[in-house]
Design a protein around this ligand. Sequence first.
Ligand code: ZN
Length: 95
Amino acid sequence: MIPTEKIEAQYYKYRFHFVCFPEHLYFLHGYINGNDIYINKNDSIEMQSLTMLHEVVHAEVDAGCDLTDHRPVKTIRSEGFANRISRRDVKRYLA
Ligand SMILES: [Zn+2]
């Protein structure tokens, strides 16, 4: 199994969609809407894996919406937390 498949198997309660984002959103790696998580399929497998875990952290810890565009302190903390956890956990799947 490739890393993204391992993560899908681990977090089977979410539906992961690997899609091409519109050109003006090329910088976006992923986003979450309820249990649907959208991943930029043009990213490397490593980045896709990281993004999957990042969005899962949001789903399990936050209200489940990615707040990247907003700037309150709470959001910045929540992004930092999601980044830390996903960077730590992705190693398991990329190994
Ligand atoms: Zn985020």
